[in-house]
Design a protein around this ligand. Structure first.
Ligand code: MD3
Ligand code: FE
Length: 224
């Protein structure tokens, strides 16, 4: 008997494919699949130094996604605002260094997307458990909006909302699967975007405690 547990989601393709969302936004499907176990192990190790935590918005609201950072700068949010910091406020130590495998995949994706090399000194690590999402927002805490952003997705598939330059613009839904790398810049850099609350879905072909009924997203940005 074949019980289809996830009838609404097609099985994610394990095939490497390139999908352009526009002239300056591209998804490299399954591009990080091979490196995923190694990257997840590296993330697990660095999270022993700078653990995942829920931050608060400047208005005091708890952010549902659990976050940490690696690289020279980390994105933080608290009563003093959204900003990049060289030290983890939890440990008052520098953030762990960016794993070489993440750096290498991101640099390759930026090149293949046709952008100039970037100084990706900030890597935000987001972890979504079931029911957790991220509301529609723009990424505008960086100095230079001409630098593209790269994101790597691992674990459960997520429904990504791809909006326009105004909050009220219509959004498109795009599924981000395990191993997908997304690069966007240029005219798309300030688009509104978000992640729908995570649902159960086809698990990826590997298991790892960080992605057990969960999704990990690494977002690399040039902050300064
Ligand atoms: C397209 N993270 O941390 S990454 C964030 O999956 C964030 O955790 C999401 O949004 C996540 O700020 C989405 C992909 C992404 C991020 C920013 C974009 C796509 C984007 C900005 C403009 C257009
Ligand atoms: Fe964002």
């Amino acid at each position: 008997m074949n019980l289809d547990l996830f009838p609404e989601q097609p099985a994610p393709s394990t095939e490497a494919e390139t999908q352009w969302l526009s002239e300056s936004a591209v998804i490299f499907r399954a591009k990080a699949s091979l490196e995923a176990p190694g990257i997840l192990n590296e993330i697990q190790t660095l999270l022993e130094h700078s653990p995942l935590r829920q931050m608060r918005t400047p208005n005091g609201k708890l952010i549902a996604v659990s976050m940490s950072n690696c690289g020279a700068l980390g994105w933080v949010s608290d009563a003093r605002g959204y900003r990049y910091e060289a030290q983890d406020p939890l440990t008052q130590q520098p953030w762990p260094s960016l794993p070489a495998q993440i750096h290498k995949l991101a640099a390759q994706a930026v090149r293949e997307a046709g952008f100039a090399p970037l100084r990706a000194e900030a890597c935000l690590i987001n972890r979504y458990t079931l029911g957790v999402g991220m509301g529609l927002h723009q990424d505008r805490d960086e100095h230079d909006f001409t630098a593209p952003i790269v994101s790597l997705s691992f674990g459960l598939p997520a429904i990504f909302l791809w909006g326009g330059l105004n909050r009220r613009d219509k959004t498109q839904t795009i599924i981000l699967n395990h191993g997908d790398i997304l690069v966007w810049g240029g005219a798309d850099r300030l688009r509104y975007h978000g992640i729908r609350p995570l649902k159960q879905g086809t698990p990826p072909p590997i298991t790892h405690p960080l992605i057990n009924q969960a999704r990990i997203n690494c977002t690399l940005r040039q902050a300064r």
